[in-house]
Design a protein around this ligand. Structure first.
Ligand code: SF4
Length: 234
């Protein structure tokens, strides 16, 4: 006599259809994820190759969402992390541009790294950073004069701990940071964390001493929202 097995809860047509539906849903989610990764990687690759940002409104949120997969995909096309970070810094600056322009210059500060100094710099470190003597041995004297002349507070600092301390002390509404790629990335992360409008300028060469920056880039950023362009007669 044939034995009739009881229909278990998970062995019924109802659960079969649920499992099938979940399978389809997973497939749809995976397909969407894959499409978004492919589009984001393509945008990064084209942006790096053409030196122009394509769909900036999509790049940053998509990167934050799919960081690992996008970085792997970009590496397959020869785009390294440095190029990705450069693009993201540019994006962050673009996002902050209007808010930065709206802040009066008297409420803005500039943080310059002390590694821009000459190796023979005669200035000393103070609680407000390096007190430049404008000796002419490096560009910091000229830049500090141009920026303070426009109304900025300028600090030449040896590290990010100074940034936090000076922000607490002076309460600016916006800031410009100059530094190497990773410093500017961290600077923008700090700004986001404390809800501060920030613009970053990446130096031309980095290291510990006598680094270089394109002062015209610093002045261009510092001039955003101002009627007079800084450094034109510097
Ligand atoms: S210009 Fe200022 S920062 Fe540069 S070497 Fe002279 S004192 Fe130092």
């Amino acid at each position: 006599m044939p034995v009739t097995l009881p229909v278990s809860l998970f062995n019924s047509p109802f659960w079969d259809s649920i499992a099938l539906m979940l399978g389809h849903l997973a497939l749809v989610i995976f397909s969407l994820w894959l499409i978004l990764v492919i589009i984001t990687v393509a945008l990064f690759v084209v942006s790096v190759r053409k030196k122009h940002l394509y769909c900036p409104w999509l790049l940053r949120p998509a990167y934050l969402l799919l960081k690992g997969a996008v970085r792997t995909g970009c590496r397959m096309f020869g785009i390294d992390d440095t190029e990705i970070i450069t693009i993201l810094i540019g994006l962050e600056n673009d996002v902050n541009r209007d808010a930065f322009a709206a802040v009066p210059v008297g409420e803005r500060v500039v943080f310059l790294p002390h590694c821009l100094r000459s190796a023979k710099c005669p200035a000393h470190l103070t609680p407000l950073g390096i007190k430049c003597l404008d000796c002419g041995k490096c560009g910091l004297g000229m830049a500090t004069n141009a920026l303070t002349g426009a109304g900025y507070q300028v600090f030449i600092i040896p590290g990010s701990t100074y940034i936090k301390r000076l922000l607490k002390r002076f309460h600016p509404k916006a800031m410009i940071g100059v530094g190497c790629l990773m410093e500017i990335k961290q600077f923008q992360e700090l700004a986001r964390k404390i809800d501060m409008t920030a613009m970053g300028v990446v130096m031309k060469s980095d290291g510990c001493v006598e680094t270089t920056v394109a002062w015209e880039d610093v002045f261009a950023v510092a001039s955003i929202g101002l009627e007079t362009k800084i450094g034109e007669d510097a």
